[in-house]
Design a protein around this ligand. Sequence first.
Ligand code: HEM
Length: 422
Amino acid sequence: MTDQDRKPPRPSRRGFFVTAGSLVAAGGVGFGAQAASAPVAKPPSKPAIEPFWGVRQGGILTPTQNNTYFAAFDLTTTKRDDVVKLLRLWTEAAARLTRGQPAAAFGVDQSVPAGDSGEDIGLSPARLTITFGFGPGLFVKDGKDRYGLADQRPEALVDLPRFNGDQLVPARTGGDLSIQACADDPQVAFHAVRQLSAMAYDIAEMRWVQAGFSAQPAGEKTPRNLLGFKDGTRQPDKIDDMVWVGPEGPAWLRGGSYLVVRRIRISLEHWDRMNVDFQEQTIGRHKYSGAPLGKKHEFDAVDLDKTDAEGMPVMPENAHVRLSHSSSNDGAQIYRRGYSYNDGVAFTAERWPPWKQGMLYDAGLLFVAYQRDPRTGFIKIFGNSSKFDMLNQFATHVGSGLFACPPGVQQGGYIGQTLFEA
Ligand code: HEM
């Protein structure tokens, strides 16, 4: 066997598309009969490659992909240089992966592990984005300044307070570093995190992960969550002002953002037993159209002051939309980019209350929100709605994280360079 024979058949997923595209083009210039019968990949409706290098990180305002794989890591090294080494490796690999290339060259020597596990060979890059974040533990952990970064910790990178009803599981909470891979193909998203975590050996280890999905109905702007409601309709009016850290933040983080991620388990069995009227009162929107209560169309303005013939508010006082709305929270707005998750079913002997029919889904919302400052964003809004929201009887927060996502990086640099070389 020659070295050439040992090479995986298609090391570049990008190459796959170029080939498919050339076949179509070739059909018009002479290979007619052959090209028409050959299986040709359907051209993707959106460009398959999202840019990696740039002023901002991808995956924040990038139109939401269908799948995500989120991972939080604990740093195990004591050396600052190791952290920089890892971030350099991750940056180079992420740039390659988002282009549809393997994380590292496969190599030709089959007696050693390959540079990439290869499960995405032949797949489209699927608009893969990889977004990196820094948790509080990168700066200070258990009172220790492990990497000489304590005085660079942004004031807004707080330890999230305990909210009403929180049932956070330590094994699904926190993390010193985060990676969120988003792609239109679940295998591509998983593959990306798998390669990056393999590079972290001896420097960082995975703390928790969560896969998620979000399907875009044809011809509609907004996906539906597992409640069956459109989710993501109302987003900040001035999105750039609400998402990107400005001069109020430390210089290294300007142009970055803060990520709040929550694993919110929803009692689907309970929810499915509620009549639709009640579901709509709980959310504050009509289920099928997505319109705010009392309105006709999805994007009609929410009116919190409207009353019915008896003078009662059309939008209930404890509806999710009322309590989360900017005018109930001193103008606070966050950019939500969530995904549903389903991690299977737990079988139980309990049959009371009646919705416990011997099984419970472990399913819900991987809530993902980006904001300029979590203190005036997520903490402000959820501090309010965690106390009063009708939705809380169906939702339990079991996982959580807050991460400062640095700005984007130009070719040749590495993610977080502004922090380590400040
Ligand atoms: C199980 C958990 C949750 C579910 C199923 C859920 C679902 C929804 C739905 C269906 C809407 C209305 C459509 C829309 O405008 O997108 C909405 C709006 C919203 N949600 Fe949630 N949500 C959940 C948790 C949260 C949490 C924890 C927050 C924390 C801050 C939050 C913040 C918001 C905001 C800010 C809006 C927009 C309100 C407006 O301005 O009209 N949601 N959510």
